[in-house]
Design a protein around this ligand. Structure first.
Ligand code: HEM
Length: 152
């Protein structure tokens, strides 16, 4: 158990990097690069890219929950500092937002692409884009709160 905390922190931070970094790439690099494509090209590409990215986010979330839960227990559980509880709370809100994107919006995009209903797909992509921005902002705030948890 000598290095359990360091290993958990490593897994935690790596997973946060995959999730938040992926959102930065999607929002600031992919989105502007493909916004002028026709819906017939853009929507299948979005479906294919995000289908893959969301699998990675799913794995990252499981790893964040396991490592974060373990770390929280090591740092006092219910008696941990408010910053750690704030991190966990913000993290749960981010996970619920992701759940809505993955299990409500993404299937709508997938169905629209299969049925070639481009306006329906474009609407769902627009909502997904706004929620990714919400999660990106929450992610940055959570990282800030996590750093505050250090107390210096
Ligand atoms: C949902 C459940 C989560 C729990 C229970 C949790 C819990 C923890 C705990 C206990 C630590 C160790 C703090 C320390 O070393 O002093 C930690 C570190 C950290 N967490 Fe989380 N976390 C969660 C989600 C997140 C999310 C979603 C993010 C970012 C988007 C995040 C970012 C960080 C960062 C950057 C650190 C390193 C802080 C440091 O050592 O300076 N965590 N987390």
């Amino acid at each position: 158990m000598g290095h359990a905390i360091e290993i958990a922190l490593f897994v935690h931070l790596l997973s946060v990097a995959v999730w938040v970094g992926g959102m930065v790439f999607a929002h600031f690099c992919l989105r502007p690069a493909i916004e002028d494509l026709s819906p017939q090209l853009r929507l299948p590409l979005i479906e294919s890219v995000f289908g893959r990215f969301f699998n990675w986010v799913g794995i990252a979330i499981i790893a964040i929950l396991l490592s974060g839960g373990f770390l929280l227990m090591q740092f006092g559980g219910g008696h941990a500092t408010w910053q750690l509880h704030a991190m966990a709370g913000l993290g749960v809100i981010m996970m619920l937002t992701f759940g809505h994107i993955r299990f409500a919006l993404f299937p709508r995009i997938r169905r629209a692409v299969q049925a070639q209903k481009w306006p329906d797909g474009a609407r769902a992509v627009g909502t997904m884009r706004r929620l990714v921005v919400v999660n990106l902002v929450l992610g940055v705030v959570t990282i800030g709160v996590a750093v505050l948890a250090r107390g210096y």
